[in-house]
Design a protein around this ligand. Structure first.
Ligand code: FES
Length: 97
């Protein structure tokens, strides 16, 4: 099954296999920039993105993800794009897209 990832404000969209790629990978496949300083290991929190729609299509936040966001002082509402793999359609936002 495939799902759509929509990127705002760029309005770019991409289709990926559900559950197989992280949001960070999807972002790169869409040709958009995304920060990463930890080799996509869920440690730097630079890849935080806002989930506008489709939160239920992502894995629930783990204690580790919460801790990493607190430690790196990023908005608790953001999700770490390298940690989540959409299983359905999602719309995400980063101010620099
Ligand atoms: S790339 Fe470092 S936490 Fe996602």
């Amino acid at each position: 099954m495939r799902c759509q990832v929509r990127f705002l404000p760029s309005e770019r969209m991409i289709e990926i296999e559900a559950g197989e790629r992280s949001l960070l990978e999807a972002t790169r496949l869409a040709g958009l920039p995304i920060a990463s300083a930890c080799g996509e290991n869920g440690a730097c929190a630079r890849c935080g993105v806002e989930i506008l729609d489709g939160e239920e299509s992502l894995e629930p936040e783990t204690e580790r993800e919460t801790r990493i966001k607190e430690r790196n002082r990023i908005d608790s509402e953001l999700r770490l794009a390298c940690r989540v793999h959409p299983s359905g359609d999602v719309t995400i936002r980063a101010s620099y897209w």
